[in-house]
Design a protein around this ligand. Sequence first.
Ligand code: SF4
Ligand code: FES
Length: 337
Amino acid sequence: MAKVTIDGVTAEVPDGTTILNAARMIGGDLVPPAMCYYTKLKTSGGYCRTCIVQVTKGSDKDPRPMPKPVASCRTTVMDGMEVKNITSPELLEARAGVVEFLLLNHPLDCPVCDQAGECDLQNLAYANGKAGTRYQFPRREFEKIDIGDKVQLHMTRCILCYRCVKVADQITDGRVHGVINRGDVSEISTYVANVIDNDFSGNVIDVCPVGALTDKTFRFKSRVWYTKPVDAHRHCTKCTGKVRLWYKGEDVLRVTGRKDHYGEVNDWICNECRFDKKKTADWTIEGPSHIDRGSVISANHYESLKALKATIERQKKALPHGNKVSLGHGALDPNNA
Ligand code: SF4
Ligand code: FES
C-alpha cells in the first residue's frame, strides 16, 4: 500500500494506483477531470492533459517535487507522495491553458450539437476554461465522411482522445480505423466506416467525450435535458442487456449504456439493444436513472417522491414568504406530491 496526500487529504491506496484513481477513491472536488482516460479501456489516457496535477513531493524516499505538471491518469502514486490539484493556482492556470488548446479547433456549435448537456468538453470549459481565445487562425475543417446509417462523425469536433480507437481495438473484432497524420491535420481515418458494422460498434458513441460521434437515430430529436432517463434491462445473448432508455413522453428516443459518476459506461451494450429495441415493451423498467445534481439533465428529474419533496422544500425556503414553488410546468403542493 502507498500513502498519498492530494490537496491535503491523505489516503492509503494499493501500490500501482494512478494519482487519478487515488483521487477518485477519495472523491469530491479534488478529482481531476479526464477527457481521454477510460477505466474500461486498456492503455487509455495520456493524450489530452486535462488531468494534470502538481506533485510537490515525489515520495518519502525521494521528496523532490516533480519539475512540471504530470498527467495524473498515467502517473502512479509513490509512498509519501504529495499532490496538489485544486489547491494550486498555478496548476489551475495550466489546466485553463490545456482547455484553451482543446478549444483552438473545436467549433463552438453547442447550440446545434447533440452532445450539448452531456458533453465533457462543455463541462470542462465551464469549470476550467476562459472566456476568450488568443488563436487567430481559422479552425480546422475536414471533408465530410459518411460512416453508415447509425453513427454520425463530425471530425471538426474531435479532440483526438483515442477512446473510439481503443473501443474498436478492444471491444470489436478487427479494428480498421485509427488516427492518421500528425499535428493539426490529425484525423480519425476513413476506415472508421468499416468497424461500424460490428455488433459493439455503437459503444464509440458512448465513449466519445464530445459530439464527434453521435447517434444518428437520435440526432435533432430533442435536447437531452428534455428527455427522461430510465434504467431498464432485457435478456440479451450478446451483452448484459442493462441499458438506459431516454424517454420523451411515451417514446424511447435513444438507448445508451449506463454511465457512472465519471461518465464512463458500466457495461458495453450491443447494437441490437442500442438501435433496434426502441419500444417500452422490449424492456423491463427498473426506475429513474441516477443523474448527478450538477448535470443539466437533473433539472426536473426526480428519482423518488422523497427527492421531489426535498427539492420543493428547498425551493420554498429560498423564496420570499408566500411564493409558490414551481417545478416544471406547474406549481406543486408537496403535501399532495
Ligand atoms: S471521435 Fe470522439 S472518441 Fe474518437 S478520438 Fe475523436 S473525440 Fe475521441
Ligand atoms: S485524462 Fe489524463 S491525459 Fe487525458
